[in-house]
Design a binder for this molecule. Structure first.
Ligand code: NAG
Ligand code: NAG
Ligand code: NAG
Ligand code: NAG
Ligand code: NAG
Length: 644
């Protein structure tokens, strides 16, 4: 049955090793029998980076070696229909094996599957104490099952999830998802999705220095979060229609619930700490159809100690260090910042306000009804106190803090007063030095005793990226200084402070002012009118930075430049998954233009009120319901959660 070339290769390899190693990619089999083994070279030889050893009967899943860095391989199960062959499970995520001489076998003595490095050291095994393991089979649901001769399962990969749950694969008391450490790297990161001892499903940041839960909202009791602690069965799963249910009452639906066009779904705890449901479309690309955290800066640990998280282009989180701090490790922003000037116990200190930032938790001795002076004194008296939060007006809430973690720009109107030594020259910790991307690729840290991860090329690229971030940081700092200086010199009245703060957060959120000429050339002299909304004509454009935007001419707006600008700066600070992001504006002479994120497929009313002639954009009731819920979430955010 095999091609003559393969037969020749077989004949050749038989001389050296077991006959089964000669199996080529052309042999699609889903079962390994006792004694079968595969070498990493054989399976990887025919394709550039990875080859499979097993394929599920329908071909949805494949299992085999994947190259994760130069000469470093993992044994993984991946989804074949996705364009990038997305990995659903990895056997040896923290201990990749060498690209030569490593082998994967179902042991002849019946002890199960084993992965050996080139020096025959066992890197991973199913560790079934049984001696009856007879076959390993990759099933159509993506489960790799080791069973005995009578078909009784001894071990299955569904019991050892990594960062992904497939439909029908439950999360239970004994199973947890652990995120990957960086995009595209399988090694374990610091985020965990698990059932806590209260029977509640949680997302936790479990870093080297701190650990804390951030989902569901840790400030609320479980009943406020609509969970229950009284069902100790601890079981939750996603079904193939996109519905997740768990014993703690957690329930959510993918936005495309039941859509028959979806080929596959998965629930993944991503390297950035967000839990997402993905749907695979016919084109092989994944769409996010649900996510736990719509505001990524609320995820703990992404910017480390003293770091402050802000939103960059497209709502992506960006980490910064305040003035008076320096980044601890520019190649890994999750290590946060460190103080430029340490505070020694007993020395003279001052407190500098950081008006826009808030740091999560680590408050000791929260007290209400204190004056600012009393609160300051509490922090002054304690050498471990790093800063205190104080909310003026009404109750006078005082939060002394022993650590500053998970900083973000806050709309909660309290001020953090940072303890700074009096001996150093004055600095203003409310000025943030915009830093690197919160989710930048981290160094590969996994290695086995003998297989080194030689990612030199990869590291070279990373350094380049940081170089650019550094340049961008310098530029932004300069812009902040010029803007602040300008406003200081020319507006010394009390209203100026407010505007100055706005000017500063404008720079922070990449929200900016465009010139009329810039927008005119971006939209080809306003030639491409794509729609007409209640407020005016809408154009599609591509400004200098290359992303597509929507430009709306506000015909009715006649506000003075200053009022218009301050209104918009408030809008620019709002950030939510379900709200279109405003990227900037133009206010010149009588022109008032709004620049926002470009949304494909045009205006929603077209899809909603069409008369059946254009069925391509017609929406089912399921999608309409999903959209209505999404709109309601956006509105709820605007009315209740966002205090702007
Ligand atoms: C394998 O099983 C043995 C004995 O049950 C146990 O001591 C060992 O820790 C296990 N190894 C792994 C990798 O789970
Ligand atoms: C507990 O959760 C399980 C799994 O979701 C469910 O089958 C069971 O009915 C629940 N028990 C109670 C008492 O609600
Ligand atoms: C999910 O969809 C099902 C079926 O349409 C519905 O009964 C359920 O209430 C939905 N759950 C949520 C959380 O929206
Ligand atoms: C909190 O601070 C108040 C005011 O200084 C003090 O009276 C109280 O003992 C403190 N409580 C704790 C638990 O430290
Ligand atoms: C990687 O391997 C080297 C050399 O054996 C060893 O010194 C180092 O500790 C290893 N690193 C990790 C993270 O295991």
């Amino acid at each position: 049955m095999r091609a003559p070339g393969v037969l020749l290769a077989t004949a050749f390899l038989v001389l050296a090793t077991l006959p089964w190693t000669a199996l080529s990619d052309g042999d699609h089999r889903s079962i390994m029998w006792r004694g079968d083994s595969f070498a990493v070279e054989d399976t990887a030889a025919s394709s550039s980076s990875s080859g499979h050893v097993l394929v599920s009967p329908s071909g949805n899943f494949a299992c085999g070696f994947r190259e994760v860095a130069t000469n470093a391989y993992t044994l993984a199960i991946w989804i074949t229909a996705s364009a990038d062959a997305t990995v659903a499970w990895t056997a040896n995520r923290d201990a990749p094996v060498n690209g030569r001489g490593s082998r994967f076998e179902l042991r002849n003595d019946g002890s199960g599957l084993q992965l050996q490095d080139f020096d025959r050291s066992v890197v991973w095994s199913t560790n079934s104490s049984a001696t009856r393991a007879d076959r390993a089979e990759l099933l159509d649901n993506g489960n790799l099952v080791v069973s005995d001769a009578s078909g009784h399962a001894l071990w299955q990969s569904f019991d050892w999830p990594t960062d992904t749950l497939l439909p029908g694969q439950p999360i239970t008391r004994y199973r947890r998802l652990v995120s990957a450490s960086a995009r595209g790297l399988p090694s374990s990161g610091f985020y965990i999705f698990y059932f806590d001892s209260n029977n509640i499903l949680n997302l936790m940041y479990d870093g080297p220095e701190i650990s804390s839960n951030y989902w569901p909202d840790p400030f609320n009791k479980w009943w406020v979060n609509l969970r229950t602690a009284y069902n100790s069965s601890r079981y939750g799963s996603l079904d193939s229609a996109g519905r997740f249910t768990a014993s703690d009452n957690l329930q959510f639906n993918a936005s495309d619930l039941g859509d028959p066009a979806v080929v596959m779904r998965r629930l993944t705890l991503d390297y950035d700490g967000n839990l997402r449901v993905y749907s695979l479309g016919g084109a092989g690309t994944w769409d996010v159809t649900w996510e736990a955290m719509s505001r990524p800066c609320d995820i703990h640990g992404i910017c480390g100690r003293y770091g402050v998280c802000t939103y960059g282009l497209g709502g992506a989180p960006v980490c910064s260090c305040a003035e008076g701090f320096v980044v601890a490790d520019a190649s890994d922003w999750s290590k946060g910042c460190r103080r430029e000037f340490d505070v020694r116990c007993g020395e003279e200190v001052d407190f500098s306000p950081m008006p826009v930032a808030d740091f999560w938790g680590f408050d000791y001795n929260y007290t209400e009804g204190l004056t600012y002076e009393t609160c300051r004194q509490i922090c002054l008296d304690d050498c471990n106190c790093e800063a205190f939060g104080y909310k003026r007006g009404g109750v006078g809430m005082c939060y002394p803090k022993i650590a500053l973690w998970s900083g973000r720009i806050s709309d909660f109107r309290q001020v953090i007063y940072l303890k700074v030594p009096r001996r150093v020259h004055k600095f203003d910790p409310s000025v943030l030095r915009l830093g690197g991307h919160a989710c930048a690729v981290r160094e590969v840290s996994a290695n086995t005793s003998a297989s080194y991860l030689r990612g030199a090329m990869m590291r070279g690229r990373i350094n380049f990226v940081y170089f650019y971030f550094f340049l961008a940081g310098l530029f932004v700092m300069e812009a902040i200084f010029i803007a602040v200086g300008y406003l200081f010199v020319f507006r010394a009245d009390p209203a100026a402070r407010r505007i100055r703060d706005e000017g500063y957060s404008l720079v922070l959120s990449h929200f900016r002012r465009f010139t009329h000429d810039e927008l005119s050339s971006a939209t080809c002299e306003f030639s491409d009118e794509v729609a007409r909304s209640a407020s005016g004509a809408v154009y599609k454009g591509v400004p200098g930075d290359g992303r597509s935007v929507t430009v709306t001419k506000l015909e009715e707006v006649t506000q003075a430049d200053e009022v218009f600008r301050s209104d918009l700066s408030v809008i620019g600070r709002i950030n939510h998954m379900n709200l279109v992001r405003i990227w900037g504006f133009c206010s010149e002479n009588s022109h008032r233009l709004l620049v926002s994120e470009h949304v494909e497929n045009g205006s929603f009313d077209k899809a909603l009120f069409l008369d059946g002639e254009d069925s391509a954009v017609a929406l089912g009731w399921q999608s309409r319901f999903g959209i209505a819920v999404g709109v309601a979430k956006g509105l709820a955010y605007l009315h209740h959660e966002c205090l702007e």
